[in-house]
Design a protein around this ligand. Sequence first.
Ligand SMILES: Nc1ncnc2c1ncn2[C@@H]1O[C@H](COP(=O)(O)OP(=O)(O)OP(=O)(O)O)[C@@H](O)[C@H]1O
Length: 471
Amino acid sequence: MNDTVTTRFAPSPTGHIHVGNARTALFNALLARGRGGHFMLRVEDTDAERSRDNFLTSLMEDLRWLGLDWSLGHDAGGEQGPYRQSERQAIYARHFKRLDDAGLIYPCFCTPEQLKRSRAAQRAAGKPPRYAGTCARLDPDEARRRLESGEPASWRFRVPSGRRIEFEDFIRGPQSFQSDEIGDFVIRRTDGTPAFFFSNALDDALMGVSHVMRGEDHLTNTPRQLLLLEALDLPAPVYGHLPLIADSDGGPLSKRAGSLGIRDFRAEGYLPLALLNYMARLGHRYDEEDRFRSLEELAADFAPGRVGRAPARYDAQQLLHWQKVAVARLDADAAWQWMADAVAGAVPPGKARAFCDLIRHNVVFPAEARAWARRLFDHPGDLDADTRAVVEESGREFFEAALDALEATGPDYQEWVDRIRQTTGARGKKLFMPLRIALTGSRRGPELDGVLTLIGQTEAARRLERCIGLT
Ligand SMILES: Nc1ncnc2c1ncn2[C@@H]1O[C@H](COP(=O)(O)OP(=O)(O)OP(=O)(O)O)[C@@H](O)[C@H]1O
């Protein structure tokens, strides 16, 4: 028996992937990596109306940007392809025929309105809605006649009665379902396309997926899929269902609604490892919770048994924490790459690296780096009331002394501040805060020493004069 672990991410390309989808992809990638197995990307694009190629391109970009490369599947190859469901019609047709030949499926002519009425009636009677079995009892000759006359029909799987379906969920533990509570379900839609239950289960089996880890929105699909695989005499994977992630208001995430999209985080300048460290802890516990981990380390320490049962909620503060850690750990080259686009045009040629080295520990997003570039190379900006109060309190004489000192010492920071200290008697905060405000327009920011070097003597003098003018 082949005991390689093969996991998969099987999205429908119907929108940009969000934190919920991406965490499902991440957990599958971690499980495969941690066990030396394969992570597969399968594209579930049977819904032609909602599937779009641009969403497929976008989700592949997002996964690759996160570092969640797949070794099997769409755009990666493998023996069990194609890995786009829209290209697997012949395979579905073959297995559909096997079920038909075995008398395990039947055409259903019920219209959407009839089905809706039936569900409403069941609900009114206090019963959970499921297919009432109307077409299961049709005379086979009549069913053929109606099909031949072109009447639209979906196809349903005959769920065997009186069966208990049990399986061990590798996250939630033992699960048990009664087949009598499952109505006959659609495996082929009226338009001829395969329904989710069918194509999804069939592909997992045919593609050698060993572990299906997916959101618990799929939990009740699993007994249906197990019945189908049993009917087709195909091997079933083991299943694990993850608690869903809700947005910060508790609402569900949805690709269609475009909530918490990975590409939005990317555009804002979040780092992949910040998101990975954040998402890996969404519903999963690590020892040494606070330790920032590489993707390899996240995988080595990942265990389905450490996934909790409670729904996880998106927490912007937690993500921001990991972003700060990830930014602080960038080396000089990576820090520059990260901010380069945002500061393009705002930093004079030749000063880029010095600028980056100076401000990188003061920023968490590239947009902040851009604001610093403007502040240092263009204009320090208007002073807020508290900042202006410091300038006024320091007084004209202080800034005049600072300006004289600068002329005398040139842009040697240490000599400059020593001289100001001597001539004004100012010390500590009283010395450094007004100088910081003069040079940067802000009470917080990077080392003044570096600021002076970067903006140069002439600009520093101009900024001191501006403060003189404000007093
Ligand atoms: N909020 C969520 N939290 C965790 N996992 C989720 C969430 N939403 C979807 N998933 C999981 O993401 C995977 C991909 O699913 P799918 O492509 O159907 O995404 P979806 O967001 O449900 O899409 P749509 O909004 O188009 O219905 C599935 O395993 C699904 O369970």
